[in-house]
Design a protein around this ligand. Structure first.
Ligand code: 3PY
Ligand code: MG
Length: 249
């Protein structure tokens, strides 16, 4: 099975999360200083069909891209990797059985069941995340069941790391939000388990306070294209209004 990369190779790598099916937007984001891009096929408007164009836009800026699949389908995982993704982030993994299935979907035989065929991955720019073009297989823990089985998921052969979904986790734990102590305790527990087992750690943040709790994660998705666009637009509008009212007095 593919050996996990040393976490030290990836520490403090900041990512941007892309939810729009927009090659121009991803070209701008991947050229904005982020170390990696997460392309989200589970939420937002990005699609499997649109993936090659989005990955190409990342490659222009030599920024590796991970793809969050919409589910556990081996066919979808294979297509995302064939399109040239540096790895996959698979949502809602809740048991070792599910973890083993997604790990198998990421690896060619004899270790796994990924099918080989003419694909874009053969011509895509080499991944900067992993040496020797190896793909990353990250399992998302984002439910009470996933939390309860964090250890068995993280130690599954072929799972390179655990990626936390704090928002679903908070819902599943019936916490008041991502910075509720219930959620933060669960996050610290999962991060500690993954680290103890020598696996990579990652998480989506979207909140400065949450990013503090996630500071040691190897892969930290700072926020989404949607949030960047909205906060940038609001900040410009506020600045312009302030400048115009200052000019009037
Ligand atoms: C979550 O927080 O649940 C996520 O899936 C983030 O993308
Ligand atoms: Mg989620």
């Amino acid at each position: 099975m593919t050996p996990a990369p040393m976490p030290s190779q990836l520490t403090n790598r900041f990512g941007a999360w892309l939810t729009f099916l927009d090659a121009h937007g991803i070209e701008v984001l991947s050229g904005s200083g982020f170390d990696w891009i997460g392309i989200d096929l589970q939420h937002g408007t990005a699609t499997l069909d649109g993936l090659p164009g989005l990955l190409r836009a990342c490659e222009i800026n030599r920024t590796p891209a991970l793809v969050r699949t919409s589910g556990h389908s081996a066919a979808e995982i294979g297509r995302a990797l064939d399109a040239g993704a540096a790895g996959v982030v698979v949502p809602m993994v809740e048991s070792a059985v599910q973890a083993a299935a997604i790990a198998a979907a990421c690896a060619f035989p004899p270790e796994g069941v990924r099918s080989s065929g003419a694909s874009r991955s053969a011509i895509a720019a080499p991944s900067l995340l992993q040496p020797e073009g190896k793909v990353l297989c990250l399992a998302m823990i984002e439910s009470a069941a996933g939390l309860a089985n964090a250890e068995e998921i993280a130690e599954t052969e072929g799972i390179d790391g655990i990626f936390l979904g704090p928002y679903d986790l908070a819902l599943s734990l019936r916490a008041s939000g991502v910075t509720d102590p219930i959620t933060l305790d669960a996050i610290s527990h999962v991060l500690a388990v993954a680290r103890r087992l020598g696996k990579l750690t990652g998480a989506f943040s979207g909140s400065a306070q949450l990013s503090g709790a996630l500071r040691d994660a190897d892969l930290l998705a700072v926020d989404s294209d949607l949030a960047f666009l909205r906060s940038g637009a609001e900040a410009k509008l506020t600045d312009t209004r302030a400048a115009l009212s200052a000019a009037r007095v």
